[in-house]
Write a protein that binds this ligand. Structure first.
Ligand SMILES: Cc1cc2nc3c(=O)[nH]c(=O)nc-3n(C[C@H](O)[C@H](O)[C@H](O)COP(=O)(O)OP(=O)(O)OC[C@H]3O[C@@H](n4cnc5c(N)ncnc54)[C@H](O)[C@@H]3O)c2cc1C
Length: 457
């Protein structure tokens, strides 16, 4: 990829005359990293205020063969926004308008830089509900969520971001606008090009506007916290709950290391449990009590240490504890290699047991927790990066965790994607033919490879 010349910098300043083109090293530094901790300095940052400016920028970048890196809130944890080859970071944070929320069509239309949590709250004001709920909802954007096909805790009942995308306007490399889908809840005409863009991580185009499906807001929620002496018992109990025909809104598990980290951070709701489940339901007022009764009846067949039910403030408190896990992890060690692997649902216990053996082999603390209903396990290898031996062991453990996951017909990422951090493992999961067809898709939409250049395509 070519470096920006003085002439190109001048042209860029002309395209963004109102200070929305940043060039100083200090300003560009802010846009070089993301939640992965990885960093590369961009040569320039452009902050389009509308779709027209985005189109102009993409025309210019294609003509001049300059790499462009789409970036929203940079909350991704894998280096997906890091401008590894320099070029221009395109920040979407100024595309922040909710265009409409329509309670007749059950849709919301928004610019791509709208914060997801704000969209959810605005929908709720109209009695509506946008179910995808990544833990980063209050910082991440709808565009970033769609570009990563964000998951979250409600996926077990409501699916992931992909299941709610109805329409999009995408600006392609070269500036062409592609309008896909619309506001209909069904559409099977032609190939489903729109789904190609969901999860494409800024490699195929930049969304300017998005339309998502909404549901009616559920009336009531309740959460059951269950403590166990053994993780296997917790996993068995969770399977039995699902087999009763109850689909919880969220079902999360915590292993002994995760509970230990939370306790050390001051969140002690787990008593003496070595494993725990959070089971959350949402229902009408009438159905809630029935569902809770059924869940408790199932749990009675297992050796639970305690079963605690929570609603309203107490329920909020429980879920706040869940959202503290990322920070609490650092009570165990100063550094973390975070993975979000997925295995077939029936193989969670097998996977976690194998990860515990890997932890023992390398004398490391490995925390396993996460979304039990879709087999998506967050595995955090905790270590001290300034301890050379531990650093090596952590990297080795990461490789073994990925290998083992693939051996169980799993996937190396269920939510966070590949970015730079897992690039070395991409070809271990994708077959040759699959990879070639994916490359052909990339070449079709971005023939010069300027979009998110250096990220494997
Ligand atoms: C505390 C924390 C909790 C998290 N919890 C979850 C979780 O529960 N579930 C989950 O799935 N993820 C989670 N994440 C990861 C992250 O929040 C998601 O990947 C999120 O979708 C990224 O959104 P963003 O707006 O920050 O996008 P960014 O990080 O800025 O970008 C992410 C990717 O999307 C591309 N992109 C951004 N905007 C556009 C656009 N308009 N058009 C095209 N491409 C674009 C970028 O190039 C990049 O490849 C969490 C992260 C943190 C820090």
């Amino acid at each position: 990829m070519k470096k920006l010349t003085k002439g190109q910098i001048k042209s860029l300043e002309k395209l963004f005359p109102k200070g929305d083109c940043l060039l100083s090293q200090e300003e560009c530094t802010v846009f070089g990293g993301d939640s992965s901790g990885l960093f590369a300095l961009p040569e320039a940052v452009a902050r389009p205020n509308n779709e027209e400016e985005l189109v102009e920028l993409m025309r210019f970048a294609q003509k001049e063969q300059i790499a462009v890196y789409p970036r929203a809130s940079a909350s991704n944890t894998v280096g997906a926004t890091v401008p590894i080859l320099g070029g221009i970071v395109v920040s979407t944070t100024k595309l922040d308008k909710i265009i409409e929320i329509d309670e007749n069509d059950f849709i919301a239309r928004a610019e791509s830089g709208v914060i997801t949590g704000i969209l959810q709250k605005e929908a709720e004001k109209k009695g509506l509900f946008y179910p995808p709920d990544p833990a980063s909802r209050d910082i991440s954007t709808i565009g970033g969520n769609i570009a990563t096909c964000a998951g979250g805790m409600r996926a077990i009942k409501y699916g992931v971001t992909r299941d709610y995308v109805l329409g999009m306007r995408v600006v392609l490399a070269g500036g062409k606008i592609l309008e896909l889908g619309g506001r209909c809840h069904k559409d099977v005409v032609g190939f489903d090009l729109m789904r190609l863009f969901v999860g494409s991580a800024g490699n195929l185009g930049i969304f300017s506007e998005l339309t998502v499906k909404l549901l009616a807001k559920p009336q009531e929620t309740a959460t059951v916290l269950v403590g166990f002496s053994h993780l296997e018992e917790a996993l068995k109990a969770s399977q039995k709950v699902l087999l009763q025909g109850i689909t919880p809104r969220a079902m999360e598990f915590f292993d002994a290391q995760t509970i230990d980290a939370l306790k050390k951070a001051g969140d002690d709701i787990f008593q003496n449990a070595q494993a725990a489940l959070f089971i959350q339901i949402d229902a009408t007022r009438e159905n809630r009590e029935n569902e809770l009764m059924l869940i408790k009846k199932v749990l009675k067949n297992f050796s639970c240490l305690f079963i605690e039910e929570a609603q309203e403030e107490k329920e909020k408190y429980f879920w706040n504890v869940r959202s503290h896990i990322s920070q609490a992890a650092f009570e165990l060690a100063p550094n973390k290699l975070g993975m979000d692997i997925v295995v077939p649902r029936g193989k969670i216990a097998q996977a976690v047991n194998a990860f515990k053996l890997i932890a023992e082999k390398h004398s490391l603390n490995i925390m396993c927790f996460g979304h039990i209903g879709d087999g998506n396990i967050h595995v955090s290898v905790m270590y001290d990066k300034f301890n050379t031996a531990e650093n090596e062991h952590a990297e080795e453990a990461k490789k073994e965790i990925f290998q083992h996951t693939l051996g169980l017909s799993g996937s190396i990422s269920g939510e966070h994607g590949i970015g730079l951090q897992k690039l070395a493992f991409l070809d271990k999961q994708l077959g040759k033919n699959e990879r070639e067809y994916m490359q052909a898709v990339k070449d079709l939409f971005d023939p010069l490879g300027i979009l998110n250049a250096g990220k494997g395509w």
